[in-house]
Design a protein around this ligand. Structure first.
Ligand code: PSV
Ligand code: MN
Ligand code: MN
Length: 422
């Protein structure tokens, strides 16, 4: 998307925007600081989210999907051009193999992109692999399987180093389907031993992010099933190991914001995989089901990070982890980034001083009023202004549609495409 098109589009809509912006801006005391924070805030895009997702029942291609890593990068480049808030991509190995890291880095740099955490994959058997992960990987009863999975993670770190990434993200599907199948303590101990070997291979300035998930693909137990188990591993491993919170990886009604607040306090919060869910790990568009929860999470983050003087933009990892089965993935990702920034902007509007006062006085109704006053503010014009100031589009999805970007991608790449890795 050329800058000229963005500017023309913005020019057409500027009056309308200004009116809406002035209306909301008038009531925002810390306007400059809010706008600066919104401008600096970026959310990583996972390489696996750019193709149409599927379920175990089927997959319906939307057409024009990226056929290789270069095309995935250029799709992220398109999103970033429009919203100026998606300046990095997270790779999943071996779904993406950056054989020529120099060339891939240069390609990404053309779009102003860098590489976020690299993800290992020990939940699928890889082509020509000697050992199978059918009964798990890092927790496996057989040392040879564990060694293969450890070696893979170390290889992923090497790819990441070449790309300029600085974190390894580990999600394990290890668990059991039936009572009696597994000795929990041995499984946990094996996982710890394996992670210790991976940890030892981390460069000095690297981190390992340990994701947890209560169920699926295993339905009786998961070896890293909740934040307690992840945190236990991370504390035993050391400073470079942290707990990653994927919003979809909780049982229904879990108080995720409380988990976030404590991990942040303990300096053990790696960051987020954002998505939304109604029933389980649904991987729906961020903010599509429970935007209030997202706001409450950001409220904890803003409060907790400010208290410790942490930089909101770079203090922790921000990434989307969603699957787009029925929507255009690019549009869906733009919606997700918008939802995250809306929650962030609303959290920045919370009258913290008044809230502290209400909490100290146990004035429950007042505390709720304060939070909801921020949550019920329509902050979309603030986001649009932040985009405008950084050269992005006032209305990314409208412009994307106006320019018929998907049609040209279909022309270039074909109507029946299968994005690599999915
Ligand atoms: C599987 O649940 C999953 O969605 C995890 O959240 C990982 O982060 C992602 O796949 C990629 O491995
Ligand atoms: Mn995830
Ligand atoms: Mn997941």
């Amino acid at each position: 998307m050329e800058q000229l098109k963005i500017d023309e589009h913005n020019h057409l809509h500027i009056k309308n925007h200004q009116r809406k912006f002035d209306f909301v801006a008038e009531d925002v005391n810390n306007l400059d600081s809010v706008l600066q924070k919104l401008q600096a805030f970026n959310i990583a895009i996972p390489s696996w989210a750019l193709g149409t997702g599927g379920t175990r029942f089927g997959r319906f291609s939307g057409g024009g999907e990226p056929r290789n890593l270069e095309e995935k990068i250029s799709d992220v480049g398109m999103i970033h051009r429009l919203n100026r808030s998606s300046n990095s991509i997270s790779l999943h190995i071996p779904w993406d193999i950056p054989e020529n890291a120099m060339a891939i880095k240069a390609h990404a740099a053309q779009y102003g992109l860098h590489f976020d955490a690299v993800n290992s994959n020990t939940f699928q058997d890889q082509k020509d692999a000697k050992m199978s992960y059918k009964f798990g990987s890092l927790h496996h009863t057989d040392k040879a399987v564990r060694d293969q999975a450890i070696a893979h993670n170390i290889e992923v770190i090497k790819y990441g180093v070449e790309l300029g990434s600085n974190a390894l993200s580990v999600w394990l599907s290890d668990g059991s389907n039936f009572p009696g199948q597994l000795n929990f303590r041995n499984a946990f101990q094996n996982t710890l031993d394996s992670l210790q070997q991976i940890y030892a291979a981390l460069p000095d300035d690297w981190k390992v992010w340990i994701e947890y998930k209560p169920f699926e693909p295993n339905f009786y137990s998961t070896t890293i099933g909740d934040w307690g188990q992840s945190h236990l591993l991370a504390s035993k491993l050391g400073k470079k190991a942290l707990t990653l919170v994927d919003l979809g990886h909780h049982l229904p009604n879990t108080n995720i914001e409380q988990i976030v607040s404590l991990l942040l306090m303990e300096q053990k919060l790696a960051g987020f995989h954002f998505n939304d869910s109604k029933y389980g790990d649904d991987d729906l568009t961020v903010g599509s089901i429970n935007p209030y929860q997202l706001f409450l999470i950001f409220n904890e983050l803003v409060e907790g990070m400010d208290a410790r003087g942490l930089n909101h933009a770079t203090g922790i990892g921000w990434m989307i982890d969603a699957s787009h089965n029925v929507k255009d993935p690019i549009e869906d990702l733009i919606q997700s980034v918008e939802a995250i920034k809306i929650a962030y902007a609303q959290a920045l509007l919370v009258d913290t001083k008044a809230l502290v006062g209400a909490q100290l006085n146990n004035d429950v109704a007042k505390a709720q009023e304060i939070l909801q006053a921020a949550y019920r503010t329509d902050v979309r014009p603030l986001l649009a202004e932040a985009r405008l100031r950084t050269g992005g589009s006032l209305n990314p999805i409208a412009l994307y549609r106006e320019q018929a970007v998907r049609d040209s991608l279909i022309q270039q790449r074909g109507a029946k495409t299968v994005a690599t890795g999915l």
